[in-house]
Structures are given as C-alpha cells and as structure tokens.
Design a protein around this ligand. Sequence first.
Ligand code: XMP
Length: 311
Amino acid sequence: MNHTVFARRQIASIRRTVGRGTAISALSGGVDSAVTTVLAHRALGKRLKVMFIDDGLMRENEPEEVRQAFAKLGIRVRIIRAAGKFFRALKGITDPEKKRKAFRHTFYKVFKQAVRELGARFLVQGTIAADIVETKKGVKTQHNVLDQIGIRAKDRYGYATIEPLKTLYKPDVRKVGRAVGLPQAMYQRMPFPGPGLACRCLGEVNPKRIAVVRRACRIVEEETARVKKFQAFGVLLADRATGVTKDGRRRFGDIVAVRCVDSEKAIHATATTLPWKMLMRIQARITREIPSVTKVVYDLTPKPPSTIEYI
Ligand code: XMP
C-alpha cells in the first residue's frame, strides 16, 4: 500500500464528513491516536480541537510530554484533568472486564461533556484493525470500539465517531505516521493501551497502586530502551508475597511482573530473550526504588495462550 496516498484519502474523507463543523480528537499519547490527530488536523486545521484526558493512568510525565511534542507540530492540546473521576469509577473493582467497562464508560462521559462544551458533532479516534478484531472476538473490551459491537455512539453519547485507521494494523499505522511527518520518536513509540496503567494493575486500581505500576513501567522502559522489542512494561499483581528486611523481619509485599514481548501486529507475541544481566538490573532497581515490592518475576508466556497486557 502507498501510505502517502492513504493519508491523502483519509484527510479528504475527514474533511467531507465534518463539512463546516468542528471535531474533537481523542489524543492518548500512543501511536494510533497521534497519527489520527495529525490526519484530522491536516483536514480541519483549527476546527479540530485536540483533547488529552489525563485519567491518572498515564505513564510518568506523559500528559506534559504529549502536549509539548504536539506544540512542536503546531497542534494545541487541551489537557482535561479527570483522574478523580476515573479513580472513583474504578474504586473497588477487581474484575478485569468490569474495569475495562468502567474505564470506557468514564472515558465517554468525560468526552461527551467536552464535545458538548465545544459544540462538536464528531469524535475522531485512533481505533485500528486489531482493536476491532479482538473486541468482536470477545478477547477484550477495547475502550474505543463501540459502533462495531452495536453501541451507537451517536445515540448514546451524542456524537458520531470517525476512525480513519480502522482498516490498518500497527506496522502500517507507523508508516502512515512517517508519511505525514510525525517525528520518529512518536511513530516508533511503544503501544500503550487506552485504559492505561489500569491494564497493568491487577486487583483494585487506586492512586497508590498505580504509582507502583508507573514506577515499575518507567524502570522497565529505561532498562530495555536499547533492546529491539514490541512492548516492555511492569505489572502489579493482585497477590502479595513474603519478603525479608535487612534486619531479618518478615513482611508481605507487592509482586511485580516484568513483561517484554516481540510481536508484529499484537495478535501473536513471544517473550523477548533479554540478557540475564539486564533482568537482574531490572529486579534490583524495582526492589530498591519501590520499597513495597518483595518479588519480581519475568513473564515468559507467549500470546496465545496469554495476552500481552494483564487484563
Ligand atoms: P493484548 O493485551 O490484548 O494487547 O494482547 C494487544 C495490544 O493492544 C494493546 N491494548 C490496547 N490498546 N486500547 C488500546 O488502544 C485498549 O483497550 C487496549 N488493550 C490492549 C496492548 O498494549 C497491545 O499492544
């Protein structure tokens, strides 16, 4: 496929669909929504309002880094601070699918309000083919797949969705990103799930537990920065394991799983063969920098039978 031609067609199509109206783009910091936002900005210019919902479930410094990266492209990003709403919605929920549904519901409620305030009738979002395939198959509830599973966003939330990337898989999305002039750091970015760190926090999602996952993800990302891989991150498990302090006291602490996988389209994945020294450094940093952790494990499971994320 010719990615420049694809981009040009999508830009024209967005322009036709939105007409003289305005649209909102749901930027998350990931590759898919970044590419979508650039396409929509090319189509609509100032008539595209770019929102970034700070749901409290992002990686370290993510909202600010995204805002600055897009400012360099001439695109203004409005950050909506909504962490409290998401944590309230997720409080007490431990079931993975219920978590995803609570996230999705809150996400659309926050957006509905933003769309209404701006008078926009369209939401441009970065749904890709893998999201649709997996949601339809029932693998998981993607927060951004609605119309495909029979929930009409227009009826329920008051706006229509435009999904310019919905026929593409990740490698082509990256190539479209390059074709429209996104900086390499952005189109080569590691995928990050819509529900954010909630996908990496088994058990209850609350600010304290999310802080543990956030730090673990940062450490894993830093230590594997030079490794060729599809994704690398840390996960906080729901159980606890014994540990022992330097002065010999036993205690129960958190368990962090390290996940690093090779994959092309995220449909299949295998654990990356990381150097032993690197794994040791990762565990040493996690236990030193996150005092609540007493155990670090490396996840070897391929997809299938596992998934890449933990919920
Ligand atoms: P799984 O865990 O199902 O993930 O093997 C496959 C790929 O999709 C990402 N992922 C998501 N992306 N919204 C997204 O935008 C989601 O709800 C979501 N869940 C998983 C995951 O990071 C991996 O790259």
